[in-house]
Design a protein around this ligand. Structure first.
Ligand code: NAD
Length: 260
């Protein structure tokens, strides 16, 4: 097996769609044995099957990232099937655009539960397995909304800012144990996450849904939206040994629209 991740076992949450699915494909192409996990079993199975058809190595596992027992069972099952986990990508996330005063307790709790608590649980489960081996890499999915606040986006921004704080804290705590922890901060990628919020975003900006893409592109120095491939390429780099001296970072993949 060849590639930058040859023979390494990688767990990717939210791997059934969008950015997570592309990270799974990229990792498999670099020789990793990939566990595609998602709360939607069928979606995970589809991505895993596609990877296997392309001569990669993958299995699917259904699991809700905020359910600790399910995440532990997934880690256990994946290690039995594929071997010791070397890479863990906490990618699963949800997003809604609502004016702050209309953000219900339920929406706040759900956003923080999946995005932040799910990442917390994933990090703990991964670290408990990686620590005895003194080896491992964790990558958490933040956002440019983890670096800059935005109207109608309070719960999402709070969760994504939180992920960067969590990432930095773990990077410091576990560096001495040989474990690196980084985050990625993508710009806007038109995945199914955006299908669910395009109209709300258009309303917030007083635009029609068709005007949203050109509006966003005009504000990005590199002049185009981010793609799942852009994010996956950065993900592979950060989890590979090429990034051996990089930990505690929150890397923007945002075409120049965020510079801090
Ligand atoms: P997506 O909706 O295409 O994919 C998210 C996947 O996560 C789905 O397959 C979904 O089933 C899964 N998921 C949702 N809740 C889950 C749970 N509780 N447990 C396990 N899986 C669950 O979205 P995407 O755009 O690919 O987003 C992936 C990540 O990237 C998210 O964390 C998102 O916040 C982040 N992100 C996205 C963008 C963007 O513009 N799309 C930008 C920055 C960051």
């Amino acid at each position: 097996m060849s590639g930058r991740l040859a023979g390494k076992v990688a767990m990717v949450t939210g791997g059934g769609s969008g950015i997570g699915a592309e990270i799974c494909r990229h990792c498999a192409r670099e020789g990793a044995l990939v566990a595609v996990t998602d709360v939607r079993q069928e979606a995970a199975e589809q991505v895993a099957a596609e990877i296997c058809q392309a001569q990669g190595h993958a299995l699917a596992w259904a699991c809700d990232v905020a359910d600790r027992n399910a995440v532990e069972a997934a880690a256990e099952g994946v290690e039995k099937e594929l071997g010791p986990l070397a890479i863990w990508v906490n990618n699963a996330g949800i997003s809604r655009i609502v004016p702050f005063l209309e953000c219900s307790d339920e929406l706040w709790d759900l956003t923080l539960r999946v995005n932040l608590k799910g990442t917390f649980i994933g990090c703990q489960v991964a670290l408990r397995r990686m620590l005895p081996r003194r080896r491992g890499v964790i990558l958490n999915m933040s956002s440019q909304s983890g670096k800059s606040g935005s109207s109608h986006y309070a719960a999402y921004c709070a969760s994504k800012f939180g992920i960067i704080g969590l990432t930095q804290s773990l990077a410091i705590e576990f560096a001495q144990h040989g474990i690196r922890v980084n985050a990625l901060c993508p710009g806007v990628v038109f995945t199914s996450l955006w299908d669910g919020q395009l109209e709300d975003y258009a309303r917030k900006r007083n635009l029609s849904p068709e005007e949203v893409k050109p509006y966003l592109e005009a504000r990005i120095p590199l002049g185009r939206l981010c793609t799942p491939q852009d994010v996956a390429a950065a993900a592979v780099f950060l989890v590979s040994d090429e990034a051996a001296y990089i930990t505690g970072q929150a890397l923007n993949v945002s075409g120049g629209s965020v510079m801090h």
